[in-house]
Design a protein. Structure first.
Length: 152
């Protein structure tokens, strides 16, 4: 695709909107221990509950979030680089959680594409950070295989 320019003001607007997108469309649908807890992200939103009882609804919401991110990243490399530098852990959590809920989901190629275009150092730091317990809650046991593969 032809590179397109985006102003710093518009980039800041996209980044702010993405922050709300993560709070409203991603965090409530992640398992406990996946990603940064809502209560640590915002005083206003700390009262929101995770929606963990309906797996199909969670898969639908996370699939929609993944599709939006994939389309956004395909639209502009500057946006992709900027959002990955600020929200890498959130983006990784969307796709990793989706793979835990539905190992055969159709967004795996999009996730692999995102990972292939991301700085490896950022990815290692992100995965190491996601494997640490937050607020006394350990990440899901399935993340242990990621940890082992990082250090082999």
């Amino acid at each position: 695709t032809e590179p397109s320019l985006i102003s710093l003001k518009n980039l800041a607007t996209v980044s702010s909107a993405f922050q709300f997108f993560v709070l409203a469309c991603v965090s409530p649908y992640l398992d406990q221990g996946v990603g940064i807890p809502l209560k640590l992200r915002s005083r206003v939103i700390k009262s929101w509950e995770r929606c963990t009882n309906n797996w199909d609804f969670r898969k639908t919401q996370l699939s929609f979030a993944g599709e939006c991110i994939s389309a956004l990243f395909d639209s502009n490399d500057v946006i992709r680089v900027n959002l990955m530098s600020k929200y890498c852990s959130d983006i990784v959590c969307i796709f990793e959680q989706l793979m835990l809920l539905d190992p055969c989901n159709n967004l795996i190629p999009a996730y692999n594409d995102i990972l292939s275009k991301t700085d490896p150092k950022l990815l290692v730091c992100t995965f190491v950070g996601l494997l640490k317990p937050r607020s006394g809650v350990n990440p899901p046991k399935q993340f242990a295989c990621v940890e082992k593969s990082l250090f082999v």
